[in-house]
Design a binder for this molecule. Structure first.
Ligand SMILES: [Cu+2]
Length: 164
């Protein structure tokens, strides 16, 4: 009986790992936005990445053209890509197309929001209001779910004791 129990234990664990918390689902026109998150920033950091999933359930293309939030001086849409073996990042001045029937994922290592001139560090567990603007769907208010610093984050000094 033991191997069977082990199998069930593994299956249960796998199910847990495979199902990330999906607290938020925001609809804007034909767009469905889920998993809006960022990472906690070390005390001195002025920029952070923002990540989310956008699904276009309509028949027409839309375009993410910008964003804003009280917590950041500026929100840009960036693309990260390997260029001749070097990781480079560029700003998408014309925004990011969301084709009909497609799901676009902004995630570490690829498309992302660049949250710049942060007014205060992002802390794990924070829910930060973030407004995104789409060409057709218009402005959408989302809640940025701040996760832990994570293994892929840049090397950080601990300045968490520093407060104004
Ligand atoms: Cu960037």
């Amino acid at each position: 009986m033991k191997p069977v129990l082990q199998f069930f234990a593994c299956a249960a664990l796998f199910a847990l790992l495979g199902a990330p918390a999906q607290a938020q689902e925001v609809k804007a026109g034909d767009l469905v936005i889920t998993q809006v998150w960022s990472r906690a920033t070390p005390g001195g950091a002025k920029i952070a990445g923002g990540y989310l999933t956008i699904e276009n359930k309509g028949a027409a293309p839309d375009r993410l053209i910008g964003g804003s939030g009280d917590f950041a001086g500026k929100v840009e849409i960036h693309e990260m890509a390997m260029n001749n073996g070097v990781m480079t990042m560029r700003s998408l001045d014309k925004g990011l197309a969301i084709e009909p029937g497609k799901t676009v994922k902004l995630a570490p290592g690829g498309y992302h929001l660049m949250l710049m001139d942060l007014k205060a560090p992002l802390k794990q567990g924070d829910k930060v209001p973030l407004t995104l603007e789409f060409e057709k769907a218009g402005k959408v208010v989302l809640s940025l779910d701040v996760q832990g610093v994570g293994a892929q984050a840049p090397a950080a000094h601990d300045h968490s004791g520093m407060k104004k």
